[in-house]
Design a protein around this ligand. Structure first.
Ligand SMILES: Cc1ncc(COP(=O)(O)O)c(C=O)c1O
Length: 465
């Protein structure tokens, strides 16, 4: 019989990842290791460590896409090595980028006689900064031409905005004028504007789908107010619409609502393609109603990558994958596919809303009419605010990730739980979530009861410190 002798070099071939010394010796954390390791070991270490994260499918906190089709994943892998900024080397990637921008301009109803332009960004934060920066620049040129001072620009928006608006104001040295919320109104209306807007206002911001409650600012009302100012005082103040979340829901679920380029003063819109554009993070877009809304001084001609390439961005290099994935979704889904998906997620959000209300502990802040988000507060106002935070913690035990937070100033006595329904959140998951939150509620109640009994028994025996 033939016997196979053990040879030392066989150890290389029989290298099991979990037999590697790094599995017991600890992995490098602070300094780059002097020597490398086997690819399979490096992969397993990182892959396994990632299991400690939350499960994206159960993450109801985030608006960001957590699922794409296998073909999209293939494209992601295939295109991760192409830098989107190298337009000269990768002209076809740039061609597709332009197609995506064009499709989005039309999706936002850019007028036929205009020439919408735009760019894909890393997300809505960059897109908002680019939009507002363009308006600041245009305002400055206008004021200079009129011989007026340019040292006090301001931007007006409601307290319902995402922090990136405040970031813009601070980073780009613009005064921010924040329209406060009210205890019973969590979005901005035009009647609130007169005390905030003046000749130094570079732009008014409106949100279509607020991060906090999913409601819409009254863009149409704001447009009418600004048209009035243009007529009466000659101030041509643009609106930048933050459609980070609503930009892909509105065109397919409530196309009749006018909030986009159909309104004259809406000069720029941003959206997060990585939210309801259904693309993995990070991709956003800013679209200007017309080429004239983007001052040419802000577009840099890059020559050192070969050729001459126009560039308007804060970030420079990044993989082209996400823009190509957005194009994939446009081709794959078409308007019909987007309409069906948006209808499904909105219906599932409304179903979740109904199931939660049936439990009897919660009150809705708004109906899920504009965004697939369900935002609730405690029905019993006498209960301590901490209850929503405890529920959020307990839900983690069942895998669910649900944020609890106070609303912005003037409405910050309201503490909420907010669930974002994404396309992978099925009706069965809604049922399961409602069951789990009820279990958490019972647990909280039982523990509170147990705790007060303990405290009662404790009195006389010395206090718990
Ligand atoms: C209304 C709104 N604007 C802006 C942002 C920032 O978007 P991004 O994360 O794509 O930079 C968000 C993020 O949730 C948002 O909800």
């Amino acid at each position: 019989m033939h016997t196979v002798k053990h040879r030392p070099e066989d150890d290389q071939n029989l290298h099991f990842a979990y037999a590697d010394r790094h599995m017991t010796g600890g992995v490098p954390k602070f300094d780059i290791p002097d020597e490398g390791m086997d690819a399979r070991v490096a992969y397993r270490i990182i892959h396994d460590e990632m299991q400690l994260d939350g499960n994206p499918a159960l993450n109801l906190a985030s608006f960001v896409t957590t699922w794409m089709e296998p073909e999209a994943r293939m494209l992601l892998q295939e295109t991760a090595d192409k830098n989107i900024v190298d337009q000269d080397e990768y002209p076809q990637t740039e061609e597709i980028h332009q197609r995506v921008v064009s499709m989005m301009g039309r999706m936002f109803n850019a007028p036929k006689d205009k020439d919408p332009v735009g760019t894909c960004t890393i997300g809505s934060s960059e897109a908002i900064m680019l939009g507002l920066l363009a308006h600041k620049w245009s305002w400055k040129k206008k004021m200079q031409a009129a011989g007026k001072p340019t040292d006090k620009p301001n931007v007006v928006f409601s307290a319902d905005v995402h922090t990136c608006w405040e970031k813009f104001a601070r980073y780009f040295d613009v005064e921010m004028r924040v329209v406060p919320l009210k205890e019973d109104q969590f979005y901005m209306t035009a009647d609130q504007l007169p005390e905030y807007v003046d000749e130094n206002t570079c732009a008014v911001g409106c949100v279509v789908g607020t991060t906090f409650t999913g409601q819409l600012d009254d863009v149409k009302g704001v447009n009418e107010y600004l048209l009035g100012l243009k007529k009466d005082k000659g101030w041509d103040i643009p609106i930048h619409v933050d459609g980070a979340s609503g930009g892909f829901v509105a065109p397919f679920f409530y196309p009749e609502v006018e909030w986009d380029f159909r309104l004259e003063q809406v000069r720029s819109i941003n959206t997060s393609n990585h939210k309801f554009g259904l693309v993995f993070p990070g991709c956003g877009t800013v679209i200007f109603r017309d080429r004239s809304d983007l001052p040419e001084e802000l577009v840099f001609n890059i020559t050192y990558l070969g050729g001459s390439m126009p560039n308007y961005s804060l970030n420079f290099s990044r993989a082209s994958s996400m823009v190509l994935l957005q194009y994939y979704n446009f081709l794959r889904l078409g308007k019909e596919g987007y309409r069906k998906i948006m209808t499904n997620i909105m219906e599932n959000a409304q179903y979740l809303e109904k199931k939660l209300l049936e439990l009897g502990h919660f009150e809705l802040l708004n109906e899920s009419k504009y965004l697939p988000t369900v935002t609730v507060r405690l029905k019993d106002r006498k209960l301590p605010k901490e209850v929503v935070y405890m529920l959020s913690d307990l839900l983690r035990q069942y895998g669910w990730i649900v944020p609890a937070y106070p609303l912005p100033p003037k409405a910050d006595t309201v503490h909420v739980l907010r669930m974002v329904v994404k396309e992978n959140f099925t009706r069965d998951m809604a049922e399961k979530f409602a069951q789990d939150i009820e279990l958490c509620w019972k647990k909280l109640k039982d523990e509170a009861q147990e705790f007060s009994t303990m405290l009662a028994n404790q009195s006389g025996k010395g206090k718990i410190c």
